[in-house]
Write a protein that binds this ligand. Structure first.
Ligand code: DX5
Ligand code: ZN
Length: 222
């Protein structure tokens, strides 16, 4: 069942010199999740942050930390991310050879488990895992950088996943990540998404602007 639209600001577009304040600002501005993009310079061509930064941010918000791991190998680092305060841990289908084991590891550690599909990854990658996933993330850009353009062709994948999720009767978040803004949020939601990740569209202007930015995404989406 499609749930109410939730907004997950990606802190990749925040001021990295003031990350604690930025996390507090978007939490106060009405965000639902804090989306944290972790990149290793190997699985994706960029480097960002690790568990120590997440642990330092944890006291700055009561919102769920939605940690998107773009790293490979991923299994050895999952305990550190959960320990640091991740509530949701999302891994990519290509991050390791034993995806079922990876998802079980996340769940055994008490976190919610997500699976991310790159633009070139088929819907069929989720099917063997539908009974244990809590979140499916559709990448609407190739992972690695904020501020890229939305790949419209991914909406067909969102629609197919909405049908698959509804067929399970389970509550699985359907999240879309990359290039989301106030112009395309409505079509992303009408295609079946219920969590919108937005980096550059949220962290636009100064902190006084964040509530307006988040409301613009939510308003066009409902
Ligand atoms: C890309 C990241 C996204 C991205 C979102 O690899 O997973 O979370 O930074 O940023 P925008 O909303 O600017 O595309
Ligand atoms: Zn992300």
């Amino acid at each position: 069942m499609q749930q109410s639209t939730r907004i997950a600001p990606s802190i990749l577009s925040a001021d990295f010199a003031a990350l604690g304040e930025e996390v507090r600002a978007v939490s106060d501005a009405g965000a639902d999740y804090i989306h944290i993009d972790v990149m290793d310079g190997h699985f994706v061509p960029n480097l960002t942050i690790g568990p120590a930064v997440i642990a330092a941010l944890r006291p700055h918000s009561v919102l769920p930390f939605d940690v998107h791991l773009m790293i490979s190998p991923v299994d050895p680092f999952i305990p550190d991310f959960v320990q640091a305060g991740a509530d949701i841990v999302t891994v990519h289908a290509e991050a390791g050879p034993h995806l079922h084991r990876t998802i079980q590891l996340i769940k055994d550690l008490g976190a919610r488990a997500g699976l991310a599909l790159n633009p070139g990854t088929p819907v069929s990658a989720v099917e063997p895992l539908l009974d244990s996933l809590d979140l499916i993330l559709v990448m609407s850009v190739n992972p690695g950088f904020g501020g890229q353009s939305f790949i419209t062709g991914q909406l067909a994948k969102v629609r197919r996943l909405r049908d698959l999720i509804d067929g399970t009767g389970r509550m699985i978040d359907l999240q879309v990540d990359g290039g989301i803004n106030a112009d395309n949020a409505a079509v992303v939601v009408s295609s079946g998404a219920d969590v919108l990740v937005a980096g550059s569209a949220t962290f636009k202007g100064d902190a006084g602007q964040y509530a307006t930015n988040i409301n613009a995404l939510r308003a066009t989406a409902s």
